[in-house]
Design a protein around this ligand. Structure first.
Ligand code: ADP
Ligand code: MG
Length: 407
């Protein structure tokens, strides 16, 4: 992988045409996501309920007549490149690893065909062959906030994934593409994340959430009906960076694995709330609380899906609130800013609120009546000012369509 400075500079003026010469073959986009409920359940083979949001990463892509993959973004200067003949995680670093990692993951997918993710996704990856694929120029633009817990990383991976599979004429279904994205993020970037973000970004539908069983990878679309109920989702980006996120995440995963092993199950998905008394007898206090979060969170996802289908979104507030308490007290992944955002939203008119994403910073969400959105936002802003915290960025997101070709 090499990086060069190029004419074109940075900022607003930088565009595909200012960096690359090859003719544009098309543009593709993929959204970020908000996880409505189901946190740290994905890598425990459990349930999640994210939705794709109306903030997207757009890639403009041109075909090259050699084997180079070259990428540039409004996010930094320079152009990063790698040869399709030298794809290997050890040759990738920085943000371009998300892009090159997709090509690498596709190239090794045939050998990984027995990996649970690929077979569970129902995909046939045996025909993937990049040996004659053309090089590409890829220019990235995005309005997904980076590092805010809204998965700018999956938006990047998935926009690239839908672009390259179309340009390279690869027949890969969307669930399999989600597994490709996860493999890229795990092995090329080195982030041990689950498959939720990519699934939301690829399978999202307008006004709907993606109910994903992370074991079977079966996905169901669930109507959210926010607009009809006069509700919307407010995101509070605390600007607290996930400084300890990687260590904390690895730590939580290890606790979950320890708990599952001690209880004699493949993963915590295999437990339900009736198993908790036995877990409490067997496990140390901290491991027990980690297990209790995952087990009760799985149940809350199932309850949320059922409630959405029977009573509608106005009835899910208590489940969102309970999810936050569980993350704060049992899984211990919240921070004071997230707790303040959640408590203030709850006090000032939200139907329910919780932190969202991996934790240790990032964003909280609040389900609010549209006519109280401004009051909730003002109350949270005022509470942050009073506590002496950095002012949050607060905005509404709407459930939107997943990855697609734009032009
Ligand atoms: P999140 O997914 O919550 O936004 P992550 O840390 O998982 O946070 O991913 C953020 C990283 O993804 C960035 O640091 C960068 O490496 C990469 N990334 C995301 N969007 C872009 C973009 N538009 N251009 C270049 N890199 C990006
Ligand atoms: Mg991410």
């Amino acid at each position: 992988m090499t990086t060069t400075d190029t004419p074109g500079g940075t900022g607003q003026a930088r565009s595909y045409a200012s960096v690359f010469d090859s003719p544009v073959a098309g543009t593709w986009s993929a959204p970020g996501r908000v996880n409505l409920i189901g946190e740290h359940t994905d890598y425990n083979d459990g349930f999640v309920l994210p939705f794709a949001i109306d903030k997207r990463t757009v890639v403009t892509v041109g075909r090259r007549d050699d084997r180079l993959l070259r990428v540039a973004s409004t996010f930094d200067e320079g152009v990063h490149e790698i040869s399709l003949d030298e794809l290997d995680p050890s040759a990738m670093s920085g943000w371009s690893a998300y892009v090159f990692g997709i090509a690498w993951a596709l190239s090794v997918a045939p050998q990984h065909a027995d990996a649970p993710a690929f077979t569970a996704a129902g995909g046939d990856v045996s025909s993937i062959d990049l040996s004659a694929a053309s090089g590409l120029d890829v220019f990235v633009e995005s309005d997904v906030p980076i590092g805010a817990g809204l998965s700018s990383s999956a938006a990047l991976e998935c926009s690239v994934a839908v672009a390259v599979t179309e340009l390279w004429s690869l027949e890969v279904n969307r669930p399999t593409l989600a597994a490709v994205g996860q493999l890229a993020e795990n092995d090329a970037v080195g982030a041990p994340t689950g498959i939720m973000d990519q699934s939301a970004s690829l399978l999202g539908r307008a006004d709907s959430a993606v109910f994903l069983d992370c074991r079977s990878l079966e996905a169901d679309v669930v109507d959210l009906g926010f607009a009809a109920a006069g509700l919307e989702i407010l995101v509070v980006d605390t600007h607290v960076e996930h400084a300890h996120a990687t260590g904390g995440y690895v730590d939580r995963r290890a606790s979950c694995e320890r708990g599952a092993e001690a209880l004699g199950v493949t993963s915590l998905r295999d437990l339900d709330v009736d198993d908790l008394p036995r877990a409490s007898d067997l496990l140390d206090d901290e491991t027990y609380r980690r297990v209790r979060h995952v087990v009760t969170e799985n149940q809350r996802v199932l309850d949320t899906v059922r409630t959405l289908r029977t009573e509608g979104p106005a009835a899910i507030g208590a489940l969102l609130d309970a999810s936050h308490v569980s993350m704060r007290d049992d899984f211990e992944i919240s921070v004071p800013q997230l707790d303040l955002a959640v408590a203030t939203a709850q006090r000032s008119g939200a139907v329910g609120a919780r932190m969202t994403g991996g934790g240790f910073g990032g964003s909280a969400i609040a389900l609010v009546p549209s006519d109280q959105r401004d009051a909730v936002a003002e109350a949270v802003t005022a509470a942050f000012a009073e506590a002496g915290y950095t002012a949050p960025t607060i905005f509404t997101v709407h459930p939107a369509e997943g990855a697609r070709r734009e032009s």
